[in-house]
Design a binder for this molecule. Structure first.
Ligand code: ADP
Ligand code: PRP
Ligand code: MG
Length: 223
């Protein structure tokens, strides 16, 4: 799939199903690209577009940076949360797309006195998918933590005593409320970024640059 033919290079875009795919569609439209299949109904993992030179890979959200880093995809869309965990090596990040906006927060059971536990220097068990971000956050605060790596449904961990706190993304707060958890600290604002393979940017610049610019213009309009 790595056709570096300069006359008509193939462009491969890595996206995850769900909110990133949905929110990227208008940006693709702004660049004149329409995806011809719906990943919610198709089982295909390589989707055609109206441009025979452009195809879309459907991958897990946390795998987008890996596909782009290794050049299996030329570009992709990934949350800042995911990029911080990945490290961003080999990735050029030209545009904050301002989509899939949320925040990374610490949350605890409604009855748990987090501030007091921190003040007392308690050792906290923290369940999260975002171990790198969580480690850095608590290290900066000088709070000792035992990190428990989970892959989803973080909100469950404090409910069943697996952890004292979670670090997860919050948007409306509805999931926290539904599980009787409270947000006690905001760590950072999160949005999704365009990520581009550094070699592809050089080899396919002529084809990629107009798309990057169209994404940038469209994301500013909706921001
Ligand atoms: P996953 O299967 O990894 O949970 P998602 O599609 O839920 O994938 O999340 C993709 C990205 O969207 C995340 O990396 C994050 O940046 C952002 N995100 C996650 N949850 C929300 C939310 N509830 N509201 C807005 N953006 C979100
Ligand atoms: C995300 C996140 C939270 C929830 C926060 O889950 O992991 O659970 O959204 O959003 P809210 O504050 O608006 O409730 P998501 O919907 O992506 O489900 P999944 O990752 O577990 O599939
Ligand atoms: Mg999710």
């Amino acid at each position: 799939m790595n056709d570096t033919n300069t006359a008509s290079p193939q462009l491969i875009l890595a996206l995850s199903k769900g909110r990133i795919f949905e929110d990227t569609l208008p940006l693709l439209s702004a660049a004149g690209i329409e995806v011809l299949e719906n990943p919610e109904t198709s089982r295909k993992l390589i989707l055609a577009t109206n441009d025979p030179a452009v195809r879309v890979l459907i991958v897990r959200a946390s795998d987008v940076p890996t596909y782009v880093q290794h050049g299996a995809a030329d570009f992709g869309v990934a949350g800042k949360d995911v990029l911080l965990e990945h490290g961003g090596e080999g990735l050029y990040q030209p545009v904050d797309l301002r989509i899939a906006c949320c925040r990374m927060s610490v949350a605890v059971n409604a009855g748990f006195d987090y501030e007091n536990a921190v003040r007392q220097g308690a050792r906290l068990r923290v369940a999260t998918k975002f171990v790198h971000t969580a480690r850095e956050h608590f290290a900066k605060k000088g709070v000792h933590v035992d990190l428990i790596k989970l892959y989803g449904s973080m909100e469950l961990a404090p409910l069943v005593g697996l952890s004292d706190a979670i670090v997860d993304v919050v948007s409306t707060g509805g999931t926290l409320r539904a599980n009787n958890l409270v947000e006690v600290e905001k760590i950072m604002e999160i949005s999704s970024r365009l990520v581009v393979n550094q070699a592809a940017l050089k080899l396919k610049r002529e084809r990629l640059q107009p798309i990057i610019e169209a994404f940038e213009r469209a994301s500013k309009l909706q921001g």
